[in-house]
Design a protein around this ligand. Structure first.
Ligand SMILES: [Zn+2]
Ligand SMILES: [Zn+2]
Length: 218
């Protein structure tokens, strides 16, 4: 029994936010609600979805900018890895450095860690710690699908030149956690198009070690 997934590419940094839901119970999780998350909220309302958790892959402002709106809309709790709490708190200040304005995220209602299993109707979502882009970066896995945040992109990986970034950790996270998933797993990244684990294992130049283009969004 697989969960439903809808992607929303929103905001000035072209962020992918996601709604994941269980068809029978209509319970939903929102992953990385970006700026302009009104569109996620209105889709959820139209589809009678009950959003019960807001999950952040990491604390960069572009991935948490819609937390306040989604929480206001749904009452759902905000969940993030503890190591990204500082980034979450300083989100609005970071946005300002990019000339952008956002409602500060509400404080988290709980922290995510490796091995957590989040039950969503008849499905479940596992938390994988994938640090490197940020210290508290996580990915979410549910059978057949991975939400990789800014860890893994199609043909690229997240930047590691921002506060707390570490290239060796990121490559290690991808190799040991993400490339251990079934190759047919569909990867839903924080920016850019979908890919699969198998395609990235075969062709991602960063994880092989050579230099190539990288995405430059925070
Ligand atoms: Zn990003
Ligand atoms: Zn980021």
């Amino acid at each position: 029994m697989s969960l439903n997934i809808k992607a929303f590419c929103l905001g000035p940094l072209a962020n992918n936010g996601y709604l994941i839901w269980d068809e029978d119970s209509k319970e939903a999780f929102a992953v990385d609600p970006p700026m302009d998350a009104e569109l996620m909220a209105s889709f959820a309302a139209r589809s009678d979805l009950r959003v019960t958790k807001i999950l952040n892959t990491h604390g960069h402002f572009d991935h948490i900018a819609g937390n306040a709106l989604m929480k206001k809309f749904s009452g759902a709790g905000v969940f993030i890895h503890k190591a990204d709490l500082g980034l979450l708190k300083r989100g609005a200040a970071h946005a300002e450095m990019f000339g952008l304005e956002m409602d500060p995220s509400p404080p988290p209602d709980g922290f995510l860690k490796e091995g957590d299993e989040l039950i969503l109707g008849s499905g479940k979502i596992m938390v994988l710690e994938t640090p490197g882009h940020t210290p508290g970066g996580v990915s979410f896995y549910t059978e057949g699908d991975l939400f990789s945040g800014d860890s893994l992109f199609e043909g690229s990986i997240g930047r590691t030149d921002l506060e707390g970034g570490d290239l060796d950790s990121l490559v290690d996270s991808i190799r040991t956690k993400l490339f251990a998933l079934p190759p047919e797993t569909l990867v839903h990244p924080g920016h850019g198009p979908e890919t699969t684990i198998g395609r990235e294992m075969g062709g991602n130049p960063f994880v092989g070690g050579s230099a190539a283009r990288r995405r430059d969004q925070p």
